[in-house]
Design a binder for this molecule. Structure first.
Ligand SMILES: Nc1nc2c(c(=O)[nH]1)N[C@H]1C(S)=C(S)[C@@H](COP(=O)(O)O)O[C@H]1N2
Ligand SMILES: [Mo]
Length: 258
């Protein structure tokens, strides 16, 4: 239906596109022609176009730049915690994470437990991207894993959920690491739960067996050692309430978009 209108009235749409910005004012004076159903439809398409233009300003859905294999960094440093080192984690690691499972719960219709084997059998995405740490280093690496959006759909994400929280296996001075993102990032095509880095299973240093890659966000959002994905309506009840370990304790911004 909308496609038909686009085909049938290219000049109107083109004109409307050209008018974005001043269009609101202009259309306000056009009540007489608004009565026609065809014009009504074109106007609502125009509103979508305006929304699209606003989106370009914030650009939340744009893809992060992807690189070629030749551009990959020879060394990708390990940063932050490099091994959770707890008895539980050590036992899982000793067994090649065969007994590990990701919990998906919170505001979902079907809470899930996903084994590593199931994760490896799921549809995957591979991407070569640049990691930017606020401590002043960057590295280009290849990440491969399962799109988070796919898992959230499978779990039946509630329409009341607004954030996705990643609970990790490690802590610093007894304070657990965690992070969170909103649903725009959660369903972004380059947001994956990665099992592999540079063509090999994640090492312990880089977050084995599963870590977040949310490519439109800075390094500290890239939670390693993810054990549990929790959908919530608000971050206020989670740990310090600011959405992440660094946000709670070091004053880092929750939104770390790049
Ligand atoms: N669970 C957990 N995730 C974490 C961290 C951490 O200490 N623990 N450090 C963060 C920071 S500051 C950075 S820069 C990256 C480092 O990832 P890398 O060790 O693979 O380079 O992981 C992020 N994710
Ligand atoms: Mo970082």
């Amino acid at each position: 239906m909308s496609d038909d209108i686009i085909m049938a009235t290219p000049s109107l749409l083109t004109r409307r596109h050209a008018l974005i910005g001043g269009a609101g004012l202009l259309l306000a004076g056009c009540d007489r022609i608004n009565a026609s159903p065809a014009v009504q439809s074109v106007l609502s398409l125009g509103e979508k176009a305006t929304h699209g233009a606003q989106r370009l300003v914030t650009d939340r859905n744009a893809l992060a730049k992807e690189f070629s294999r030749a551009e990959m960094s020879p060394v990708f440093r390990e940063n932050g915690n490099r091994n959770p080192g707890t008895a539980d984690y050590n036992a899982l690691a000793a067994n090649g994470f065969a007994d590990w499972a990701l919990t998906v719960d919170g505001m979902v219709a079907h809470p899930l437990r996903i084994s590593l084997a199931q994760m490896l059998a799921a549809p995957r995405r591979t991407q070569i991207t640049r990691h930017d740490c606020v401590e002043g280093w960057s590295a280009i690496g290849e990440w491969s894993g399962v799109p988070l959006g796919l898992i959230l759909r499978r779990a039946g994400l509630s329409s009341n959920a607004k954030f996705v929280v990643f609970h990790c296996a490690d802590s610093t001075g007894g304070i657990p690491y965690y992070e969170s993102i909103d649903l725009i990032d959660a369903f972004h095509p380059q947001t994956i739960l990665a099992t592999h880095m540079n063509g090999a299973p994640l090492t312990v240093g880089h977050g084995a067996p599963l870590r977040l890659r949310a490519e439109r966000q800075l390094g500290y959002k890239q939670a390693k050692y993810v054990m549990r994905v929790e959908a919530v309506a608000s971050l206020s009840g989670i740990h310090g309430g600011k959405g992440g370990y660094w946000e709670d304790h070091k004053g880092y911004q929750w939104f770390a978009g790049i």
